[in-house]
Design a protein. Structure first.
Length: 91
């Protein structure tokens, strides 16, 4: 979705958020859910719990996913994806 256009929409029928496209720009923030501390996913200013975010992803069952981490001020810039080993990293 172009910047400024909604990436997600509330589906009253299924009572969950639905993605409008195949790419989601989002922030990961500290939050709290019923079980205590958890990450909150923020899309278009809407805070989603990990459970709500997981429900949103269910429409993509059978698909694959790439997760590209970028600084929050670079969310609208298409990332350069490099594939290779990282020296000194975990794993």
């Amino acid at each position: 979705m172009p910047e400024g256009k909604p990436q997600i929409v509330w589906n009253a029928h299924s009572k969950q958020w639905d993605a409008r496209g195949d790419v989601l720009r989002c922030l990961i923030e500290e939050g709290e859910d019923a079980e205590g501390s958890a990450a909150i996913i923020v899309i278009d200013g809407q805070e989603l719990t990990m459970c709500e975010f997981g429900q949103l992803l269910r429409i993509y069952t059978g698909w694959g996913m790439r997760l590209v981490m970028v600084p929050k001020d670079e969310l609208t810039i298409p990332p350069t994806i490099q594939i290779g080993e990282i020296d000194g990293g975990c794993g």
